[in-house]
Ligand binder design. Structure first.
Ligand code: SF4
Length: 110
């Protein structure tokens, strides 16, 4: 076998291994996200960041920095699937936040 064929085969095997790793990682991430317990409103970190599972109930008095229309699903720290009711948040590791939720760390997606 020529060196060119050997390199091509090595490259193919490397790419195949990367593709397999990426696919299994994606599947594992989705499975983990679906299994996350919901973030409780009385969680100490959630309370300190004024997290609420339903942003529509916020008022200017209860959350002065809240802008109507803001919600976890539109936050750059949210990584839930499109249309999902909840998903992971970069701040609350191991918990799922409500797609309709909000906290003072909200940062609109670009
Ligand atoms: S950081 Fe963003 S996604 Fe996480 S709870 Fe706050 S508003 Fe929701």
């Amino acid at each position: 076998m020529s060196d060119a064929n050997t390199l091509s085969r090595r490259r193919f095997l490397s790419l195949a291994a990367l593709a397999a790793a990426g696919t299994s990682g994606l599947i594992a991430t989705r499975a983990v996200a679906a299994d996350l317990p919901a973030l409780a409103a009385d969680d100490p970190l959630a309370k300190s960041l004024n997290y609420v599972p339903d942003a529509s109930k916020l008022t200017a008095a209860s959350a002065p920095t809240f802008k109507p229309g803001s919600a976890c699903a539109k936050c750059s720290l949210y990584s839930g699937a499109a249309g999902a009711a909840s998903g992971p948040c970069g701040i609350f590791a191991g918990k799922a936040v409500s797609a309709k939720g909000w906290c003072i760390s909200y940062a609109a997606k670009a």
